[in-house]
Design a protein around this ligand. Structure first.
Ligand SMILES: NC(=O)C1=CN([C@@H]2O[C@H](COP(=O)(O)OP(=O)(O)OC[C@H]3O[C@@H](n4cnc5c(N)ncnc54)[C@H](OP(=O)(O)O)[C@@H]3O)[C@@H](O)[C@H]2O)C=CC1
Ligand SMILES: O=C(O)C1=N[C@H](C(=O)O)C[C@H](O)C1
Length: 276
């Protein structure tokens, strides 16, 4: 392991992403697994986080508060729930830590609260940490620029596992925002999140969202550009959560050397400098 490998703590370590994050940090020679945190009061407190992840014993017992491991880590990776994430960000701002946030489903108020930390703590916040989705966001900009004003209807379709609690997915919303941004539209005005009953024909400028929840689907997103005579579908399909986990560890290494600021996965991957 490299001597300057950041020490990483994972909150929500017993969750679907938490277990994959343990594996991803363990696989990365330039990152050091330092701590894992479960929900306060959880019966999993004290369980070995390697065993929780199915990797065998690592000798790191799960803590149930950030305060109890405050001296043990440099970067926190957080894929939990909005309120927990914001509380953890406040803790990290106070204690000079860096943070990678994958949590989705934040309300407008919660997003504003999160943004309030941009001058106080270095953090990466992205609804999807996979390289493929972040490249797809760039492809969507190109497609929207070419097609958006040419009579193509735009719809975003996403599918996830039965346990997912927020909808549409953070990735679907980001895809919609990217397309809307290129076209000078906003999701507040043009996003259509429900069609039921006599809802009338679609308007030319709306951006529709459709959500599927079923079985063990890891995460699938399609943006559809359709007009009379043809349609284009830009699709990303994740088949393993390790793609998100590896991206998050890459983001943790990257943010460990950055000044205070709110960063996106596009910054981590160097996709922002390529211009529009
Ligand atoms: N950005 C990205 O690339 C990706 C983002 N996500 C997002 O990550 C989030 C988590 O997804 P997923 O792993 O599937 O969900 P899970 O429900 O499997 O995991 C969430 C974990 O967070 C724990 N948790 C909740 N509150 C706290 C707290 N206060 N302190 C410590 N732990 C807490 C939960 O514990 P308990 O069960 O005890 O409540 C649970 O173990 C979602 O918002 C999802 O959309 C998911 C995949 C990729
Ligand atoms: O909850 C999930 O599982 C996922 N959530 C993220 C989202 O909401 O976009 C990313 C990924 O698609 C998996």
């Amino acid at each position: 392991m490299s001597s300057n490998a950041p020490r990483i703590a994972i909150v929500g370590v017993a969750g679907r992403m938490g277990r994959n994050l343990v594996a991803a940090v363990e696989q990365d020679a330039q990152a050091q697994l330092a701590a894992g945190i479960v929900t306060p009061g959880s019966s999993l407190k004290g369980a070995d986080i390697g065993e929780l992840a199915g990797l065998g014993r690592l000798g790191i017992p799960a803590a149930d508060s950030l305060a109890s491991v405050a001296d043990e880590f440099d970067v926190l990776i957080d894929f939990t729930m909005p309120r927990a994430t914001l509380d953890n960000l406040a803790f990290c701002a106070e204690h000079g830590k860096r943070v990678v946030i994958g949590t989705t489903g934040l309300s407008d108020d919660e997003l504003a609260e999160l943004d309030g930390y941009r001058d106080r703590v270095p953090f990466v916040f992205a609804p999807n940490m996979s390289v493929g989705v972040n490249l797809t966001l760039r492809l969507l900009e190109t497609a929207a620029r070419a097609l958006g004003d040419e009579g193509y209807d735009i719809e975003v379709i996403e599918a996830h596992h039965r346990h997912k609690v927020d909808a549409p997915s953070g990735t679907a919303l980001r895809m919609g925002e990217v397309v809307a941004g290129v076209l000078g539209r906003s999701l507040k005005e043009h996003g259509v999140f429900e069609r039921v009953g006599q809802c009338g024909p679609r308007s030319a400028s709306e951006i529709g969202f459709a959500t599927l929840r079923a079985g063990d689907i890891v995460g699938e997103h399609t943006v559809l550009f359709a007009t009379e005579g043809e349609r284009i579908e830009i699709t990303h399909k994740a088949s393993s959560r390790m793609t998100f986990a590896k991206g998050a560890v890459r983001a943790a290494r990257w943010v460990s050397e950055r000044p205070a600021g709110r960063y996106d996965m596009q910054d981590v991957l160097g996709l922002t400098e390529q211009g529009g």
